[in-house]
Design a protein around this ligand. Sequence first.
Ligand code: DAH
Length: 327
Amino acid sequence: MQSLKERFNSIISLQDLEKFKVEIIGKKGGLTLAFAELRNLEGEERQKQAKTLNEIKQEFEKLFESKKQELQILELAKKLQDEKIDVSLFTQSYGGKEHYVHLMIEKIVDYFVALNFELCEGGLVEDDFHNFEALNISKFHPARDMQDTFYTRDEKLLRTHTSPVQIHTMQKKSPPLRIIAPGAVFRRDYDLTHSPMFHQVEGLVVDSEGRVSFSNLKFILEDFLRYIFGDITVRFRSSFFPFTEPSAEVDISCVFCKGEGCRVCSHTGWLEVLGCGMVNQAVFDAVGYKNVSGYAFGLGVERFAMLYYGINDLRSFFEADLRVIGQ
Ligand code: DAH
């Protein structure tokens, strides 16, 4: 009995324990064979031996079970120790950070809200009227080519710009109004400098006829662009948008080379940053506004953020790379 206990004591793994079990009570185990030997005995002697063997067997099973439990606990503890995750591995942990597209939107909106512009948000799903028709972009207008988008079966579409917010606001409210409308827009574009989803900020100011001029527009945009980009020169270039007349595109002197000419500005010294103009009478007609004048502008947030934060790859906005976001 003593030696059985001693044997158990010397076992240190479940694997060895199983081996020992086979050795004792397996098909050819010592105890199994001893039981088989019983048939060679007779009478009382056989009974006595059977009793002894049974006692040994019971003792063995008892010791086996308790040893098994002990080893299982030890092995579990070892496994937990081995698989422990070192959560202190990173010396720097990343807390939540605002995305820089969002930071840029906030910075832009802050400027206009301080000037009493009302913050408006339109929906992402639009109909043809609000996204195109009312903005003087008729069915076969070539301007639609650049703004192909995603259509649903019931003739709805993902808005291609934030300009439809102009229409919704004018349909709901009467003049005067000044709104600033940031949000996501969608186009059928995908290359190094275009993504199918990006963000714009739209501005619109409407007041009674003669109270809003191109000089007002020029002043506000120049002041705004200096608020964002600091010491820069601003230039207005005449352009075309169906919903404004006259229309202009606005350039700033290159923030990287200070107008000297570099790769980013294609050696022109200028960076195009937004579109604007006096609201086309056709747009006022579409919403039933009479005797009013107004100006509007629209800009791309990712473009602003790239110039402001010095990011040179548009894709980094959408990759959620913690090394970029964490900066
Ligand atoms: N909606 C134009 C675009 O996505 C941007 C724009 C240009 C908006 C001129 C305006 C504007 O309000 O006056 O390309």
